[in-house]
Design a protein around this ligand. Structure first.
Ligand SMILES: Nc1ncnc2c1ncn2[C@@H]1O[C@H](COP(=O)(O)OP(=O)(O)OP(=O)(O)O)[C@@H](O)[C@H]1O
Ligand SMILES: [Mg+2]
Length: 259
């Protein structure tokens, strides 16, 4: 089992779109996947067709009340397992302030899930994908402490290089808390090949960070933006769209890394 966090402190770069559609694409390739929503906005939860305000158990119960991950799993209308989240998780930084183990609550919960799986009590997963909020809050720290690797969605705009350099440094610093933490890859999102600046920035990213860049560029594609309104991953909404095909290619790259 591999755990992957989808993270970038910058907002609106396609984290949730990547988390939902990468998970759906992996599931379509017969991988067993669990999507965990770690953003109180609950966009990933909604994007898989769940009603975020009508869940018996959410990540708030896991992180604040010690409910096991296994008990909070639901099968989403999208067809794969999800642990949802809503606003209840928004105050976690304040609720847990001063608690010494507050940054490793998720890691502990994951260890329990892994132990159950090894004992054959729970369905084993090939991948656990976590959608993070656009900040380095306690939830994101929990994700980065619990994860094996990070996938960074990145938009090819003027500040991308600086942003990626900052983010690499942050992740480097967090290896103190999680020695196995690595950047699994950077995926260029919302990409418009007709835009000269986007092409230039993409080339610069390739030049400076080539070894961690995924080959797949996720194009700006209206179907990707429409699908969440229907509570569906793009694969279910518009199977042959450019967006759906791009996320399938990304899933192939992610699977290849696992071998
Ligand atoms: N490739 C794409 N083509 C078109 N629209 C996209 C694409 N990727 C994301 N979007 C749209 O852009 C907006 C931001 O995307 P998304 O919610 O995935 O970003 P995010 O990084 O998760 O945002 P936040 O930081 O708020 O969590 C959404 O409206 C989404 O539907
Ligand atoms: Mg998001």
């Amino acid at each position: 089992m591999e755990i992957i966090a989808i993270a970038n402190q910058k907002g609106g770069v396609g984290k949730t779109t990547t988390a939902v559609n990468l998970t759906a694409s992996l599931a379509a390739k017969r991988k067993r996947v669990l999507l965990i929503d770690l953003d109180p906005q609950g966009n990933a939860t909604t994007g898989t067709g769940l009603d975020k305000n009508d869940l018996a158990l959410t990540m708030a119960d896991v992180l604040l009340d010690g409910v096991s991950l296994a008990d909070a799993i639901v099968e989403s209308p999208a067809g794969f397992d999800v642990i949802g989240t809503n606003r209840e998780l928004a105050g976690i930084d304040i609720t847990l302030m001063g608690q010494t183990n507050s940054h490793e609550l998720l890691k502990t919960a994951m260890a329990e899930l892994v132990a159950d799986q090894a004992a054959g009590q729970k369905k084993p997963y090939d991948y656990i994908i976590m959608d993070c909020a656009p900040s380095l809050n306690l939830l994101t720290i929990n994700a980065l402490v619990a994860t094996d690797g990070v996938i960074i969605p990145m938009q090819c705009e003027y500040y991308a290089l600086e942003g990626l350099a900052d983010l690499s440094q942050t992740i480097e610093r967090l290896t103190e808390l999680n020695p196995k933490l690595t950047i699994r890859g950077v995926v260029r999102t919302l990409f418009d090949a007709r835009n000269t600046l986007a092409r230039d920035v993409s080339a610069e990213l390739q030049k400076h960070f080539g070894d961690i860049m995924y080959k797949t560029h996720i194009p700006r594609n209206i179907r990707l933006a429409e699908a969440p309104a229907h509570g569906m991953p793009v694969l279910a909404y518009e199977r042959w769209s450019k967006g759906a095909r791009a996320y399938q290619k990304l899933a192939d790259e992610v699977i290849k890394q696992s071998r």
